[in-house]
Design a protein around this ligand. Structure first.
Ligand SMILES: [Zn+2]
Ligand SMILES: [Zn+2]
Length: 461
């Protein structure tokens, strides 16, 4: 009887298990398929399709502006704003802005961003035991000795100022073997994590008063009742084993990253821009900025003059609805181009790519959340003081703690936009940098890890 009772149950359990197994298998297969699809570069036609779309919008805007707005004025047939004396300058200015924008667009579309594969030989993965990159959640090693990374950094201090991207392939002293791919994934997450979590720091402070306070040459450091420090990413990115691209099979040049859409590594990868059908990288970043400048001015001119035309026409009672479409499009693209232009001017002045700036941003957000948890919201002074303290110890995040900071904003600007002032506004010339060799900040060690101010070259302290 008992057997009879349990039999259907066990049968249903086993069928449940089979069912779950099938579902799990199907789910994992579909995830695999999706991942494989994502890994595939986009077909050429898909990449370039948006260029046709963008040119279509420009052609339509030109038709409405010239054919339906300027020509009636030139014919003096009761045009919206006036006669020939208004129509001619409007048409000339529009055509000049249109030519400038198309010129810059052609250059940003046709100039290759710089492909790493054209310069780097394929090679097997460097046979080196990867060193663990300290991460805040990987707390045991961090807490046991009560040591901060820069204590061990001091062993690299000698190599500080003479950094070059070509570290030799040698076995490293710390045995820690991990598949390279997994390690690289860890790197990406490690980059974002600048400082240890509050709980860990607090627990540590309770057991060891000195441990959590960073040793510092600055007397002010110990005057603060603080148990947190700035924790900058410690990935030794100058080492070749940390720059190996598994998909391309070579060691990427510094600042190069793999673009999934293009399916290859791009020199000084900034971002993949669908509007230009390719990446923005070392070679076309300058033209991208030129394009944003002219597209912004073009949209503003079109927007402002058509709005004036609409105001006038609505008084006369014969409003052309196509003006409204173009005004809406122009307004949208003004927001888009102007915000992007400001972002990129700032990035160039700081010598950061979009990818690099995201890491900086994450670091700042993490610090903000640590401060918010430790201080009440109104303790602005205390928070500011602690930030200043961190800046004194490690340097400002965007500048001194930026591996590619060249010392001042003008140097950074010129390194992308060129020495000639005309090049800053016209789509001519090219960036002085070759996209492969970058001068690292001497405040960092030879492996590209940040050092505290006390270990910087004396002239920079
Ligand atoms: Zn790659
Ligand atoms: Zn791309």
């Amino acid at each position: 009887m008992a057997q009879h009772d349990t039999h259907p149950q066990s049968q249903s359990q086993s069928s449940d298990a089979r069912c779950c197994g099938v579902v799990q298998e199907a789910t994992s297969k579909s995830l695999d398929r999706r991942n494989k699809r994502r890994e595939k570069p986009q077909p050429w036609i898909v990449l370039k399709m948006t260029i046709g779309f963008a040119l279509g919008i420009i052609a339509y805007a030109s038709y409405v502006y010239i054919g339906r707005f300027c020509v009636p004025m030139l014919k003096s047939k009761g045009g919206s704003l006036g006669g020939r004396q208004v129509g001619v300058p409007f048409l000339v200015i529009f055509c000049i802005l249109l030519i400038m924008m198309l010129w810059a667009y052609a250059l940003v579309v046709l100039t290759s961003p710089g492909y790493a594969r054209d310069y780097v030989e394929r090679s097997p993965p460097p046979q080196v035991a990867l060193r663990p990159v300290p991460r805040w959640w990987d707390s045991s090693s961090d807490l046991e000795g009560g040591q901060y990374e820069y204590t061990s950094n001091s062993t690299h201090a000698n190599g500080g100022a003479q950094t070059n991207g070509s570290s030799t392939l040698q076995s490293l002293p710390v045995p820690h073997e991990k598949p390279i791919q997994q390690q690289q994934q860890d790197d990406n997450s490690g980059v974002a994590d600048a400082i240890r979590p509050v709980q860990v720091a607090r627990a540590h402070a309770e057991t060891d008063d000195n441990g959590a306070l960073p040793p510092s040459s600055d007397d002010g450091a110990r005057g603060l009742p603080m148990m947190f420090t700035r924790k900058l990413p410690m990935t030794p990115i100058m080492r070749p084993e940390y720059r190996y691209c598994n998909k391309d099979g070579f060691v990427k040049p510094l600042r190069a990253h793999h673009c999934r859409a293009c399916g290859t590594c791009i020199l000084k990868y900034d971002h993949h821009c669908p509007w230009i059908g390719q990446c923005v990288g070392a070679r076309n970043h300058k033209f991208f900025v030129n394009f944003l400048q002219w597209a912004g001015v073009f949209c503003m001119w079109t927007f402002a003059t058509l709005v004036a035309g609409v105001v006038q026409e609505s008084r006369n009672g014969n409003l052309d609805p196509q003006y409204i479409v173009i005004i809406a499009l122009a307004g949208l693209f003004i927001l888009f181009t102007v915000s992007l232009l400001f972002t990129h001017v700032r990035l160039i002045l700081l010598n950061q790519s979009t990818v690099e700036s995201l890491n900086m941003q994450r670091m700042k957000e993490r610090e903000k959340s640590v401060l918010a948890r430790h201080y009440a919201w109104y303790q602005f002074g205390a928070k500011r003081q602690l930030r200043k303290q961190w800046d004194r110890e490690w340097g400002d995040i965007d500048t001194e703690a930026n591996l590619w900071w060249l010392g001042n904003t003008r140097e950074n600007w010129v390194s992308v936009m060129g020495h000639n002032v005309w090049q800053w506004f016209l789509p001519i010339g090219s960036s002085p940098s070759d996209g492969r060799h970058w001068l690292p900040n001497p405040r960092f060690d030879s492996e590209g890890k940040p050092r505290p101010r006390s270990l910087w070259p004396v002239a920079l302290q």
